[in-house]
Design a protein around this ligand. Structure first.
Ligand code: BES
Ligand code: ZN
Length: 613
């Protein structure tokens, strides 16, 4: 009895699931999904088999061959348990089991939007976010990336909606709308007005990459391998199509750098503003926040990142979350290589600089919990959503960049290609990477302190802030702000969102409110359409207690659910002593906004409150 993953009840002595056949019945009025899941194991098994669940009700577990019920026990719920509830099924030499279950409205992977919460306001919408450990709130499974699973899924949905998945679409079965022919008054809800959308994923993927969205969807074709989907609103679809027109070029760049694109299609789905991340690399169907659609470089940067996961993360996967840097550090490195080709070196350097700032910032956040500044972490008892940070991204990036500097780019490129070809479709840990590194770059351990990089806390001495004329100029302008000098119009004439973001993030921590207001007067930062700029500015405004900007803070917290914005704004409001007004304000805004947040985002904000209030 040994766990293989600090975030899963999966037992090392049990066979892993290799295939799941799923059927879902979506019931929008009750915000629930009734499902059947047929799990196939790698070998017949006798005795207990432990599965992960969270907020599910289990109605039956059946031997699919005989139809006989299989005995099972579900742990009592404990709301603060990071892992959820374990489901133990007793098998006697079965290699398959059929589980019947139902989600609850609090299932953490799912956000249900009522028609008024959508763009078109006519139809409901539901979507998933399974990373890190939320797949278990949709159906019982061995919810660990150590298990790589193929799946088939049938989604029974109202016929006015359509579905997309992180899988190949094979069919939309429309049983001719039954008796009513779709013409009855309430065709949306009547039992006959339904269709079944069928999907298959023929490549083995970790459970956190399971994803679907159901709503009134439309799409635009933007390349031979890419369609952009979103709610069927022409203006949104057109803007998205323009924003992501460069996708095919990026796929080609990725293939040249990292080897063949193994997933056939690279479609994109733009979600409603409550999507809790910037992007999520669901295979064949990347999920994106609409906040990146603003006609500048950031949309392509996020797409470059999620695309890069097609090699690093989705082909080679971290075995569990302790090695999350293998996913995100490699992907951040790969993303910047793609950005360098399609947007130029200067843009890539700015991104590295913004990342560097973020990394330095995290050292402050984790100053009392320095173990979370390590690349290789120990997340036993820790909620991965709560400790999510820039560290695996940026320290991981820095580590790989350091190796690149040591051996030179051509050798590093060759190494990367070989690494990907060797471990594709496997789930690995930090030691497997290090062994491979040492075997392929002999003597590397004498040149770089691999232990300090992977097991040490903080930023290693041989990490590096990037250098370029523009980057260095922006950082020095930010430093001059302390002595009262603001950049002039000529200096910022070429600045776009990322330049402003970098500038704001490099300003001293405590600046005078009057100085901030003057900066805003001149450059209109608080009302920027670019949330990166706006949130960076509002953080300063909160830190210097400039209450004139609290309206804008409130508006922001109510219109987006991306945690990258919620986290720093709520944290700035509630941390520190003697801020009763801000704390009350934060509580009120949260109570009014949280109905539109994804359950994961809601949980993260509640954890911030629990820590500071
Ligand atoms: N896989 C992550 C998002 C994620 C990480 C979800 C951990 C749940 C748990 C995704 O690839 C990502 O890193 N997104 C970034 C994009 C950015 C780095 C360009 C984001 O959402 O900000
Ligand atoms: Zn990522």
């Amino acid at each position: 009895m040994a766990p293989i993953d600090p975030h899963s009840y999966t037992d090392s002595s049990h066979p892993l699931t290799t295939h799941i056949s799923l059927s879902f019945y979506f019931d929008f009025p009750s915000s629930t999904i009734a499902s059947s899941a047929l799990l196939s194991l790698s070998a017949p098994h006798s005795g207990p088999l432990t599965l992960d669940t969270r907020s599910l009700s289990i109605s039956a577990v059946i031997d699919p061959v005989t139809g006989a019920p299989l005995p099972f026990t579900l742990d009592p719920p404990s709301p603060d348990a990071v892992l959820g509830q374990s489901l133990v099924v007793t098998l006697s030499n079965q290699s398959q089991l059929l589980l019947l279950s139902k989600t609850t409205p609090s299932s953490s992977a799912l956000q249900w939007l009522s028609p008024p919460q959508t763009f078109n306001k006519s139809y409901p919408f539901v979507f998933t976010q399974c990373q890190a450990i939320h797949a278990r709130s949709i159906f019982p499974c061995q919810d660990t990336p150590a298990a790589r699973i193929k799946f088939a899924a049938k989604l029974n949905i109202p016929r006015y909606l359509s579905a997309v998945m992180s899988a190949k679409h094979v069919n939309r079965r429309d049983p001719a709308a039954g008796e009513c022919g779709g013409a009855c008054d309430d065709a949306l809800w009547c039992a006959e007005g339904r269709v079944v959308e069928e999907f298959v994923m023929e490549q083995p993927v970790p459970p956190y990459l399971f994803a679907f969205a159901v709503g009134e969807l439309g799409f635009r074709e933007v390349g031979p391998r890419t369609k952009v989907y979103s709610e069927a609103v022409p203006a949104v679809l057109d803007a998205a199509a323009r924003e992501f027109a460069g996708s095919e070029e990026m796929i080609k760049v990725g293939e040249a750098l990292f080897g063949p694109y193994e997933w056939e299609r690279f479609d994109l789905l733009v979600l409603p503003p409550s999507f809790p991340y910037g992007g999520m690399e669901n295979p064949r169907m990347t999920f994106l926040t609409p906040t990146v659609i603003k006609g500048d470089a950031t949309g392509a940067q996020v797409v470059a990142h999620e695309l890069a996961h097609s090699w690093t993360g989705n082909l080679i996967t971290n075995k569990n979350n302790d090695h999350f840097w293998l996913n995100e550090g490699f992907t951040t490195y790969a993303e910047r290589r793609i950005v360098e080709v399609v947007q130029g070196k200067e843009r890539a350097i700015l991104n590295i600089g913004i990342g560097w700032r973020g990394l330095v910032e995290q050292m402050e956040r984790f100053k009392d919990r320095m173990e979370f500044t390590k690349l290789k972490t120990n997340q036993q008892g820790v909620d991965p959503d709560e400790v999510y940070s820039d560290v695996p991204y940026e320290k991981g990036f820095q580590f790989l960049w350091r190796i690149e500097r040591q051996i030179g780019r051509p050798a590093f490129d060759e190494f990367l290609k070989k690494y990907i070809a060797t471990f594709k479709f496997q789930s690995i840990d930090t030691d497997m990477f290090l062994d491979f590194l040492k075997a392929n770059i002999p003597g590397i351990e004498d040149q770089i302190d691999l232990k300090v990089w992977t097991e040490g806390t903080g930023i290693p001495p041989d990490a590096m802030e990037p250098v370029s004329e523009i980057y260095t100029k922006i950082v020095s302008l930010a430093n001059e702000f302390k002595s009262g000098r603001m950049p002039n119009e000529d200096e910022v004439a070429q600045w776009r969102g990322q330049e402003w973001e970098l500038y704001l993030e490099n300003l001293p921590k405590s600046v005078e409110g009057s100085q901030l207001a003057a900066l805003d007067e001149r450059y209109r930062l608080a009302e920027s359409k670019d949330y990166e700029v706006k949130v960076a500015f509002l953080q300063h405004a909160i830190a210097s207690r400039c209450s004139t900007y609290y309206n804008e803070v409130e508006k922001t917290l109510k219109e987006v659910g991306r945690m990258k914005y919620l986290r720093p704004l709520y944290t700035a409001l509630v941390q520190g002593a003697g801020k009763e007004e801000e704390k009350m304000f934060a509580r009120r805004v949260f109570s009014e906004a949280c109905a539109s947040y994804h359950p994961i985002a809601k949980g993260v904000v509640e954890a911030i409150f629990a820590k500071h209030l």
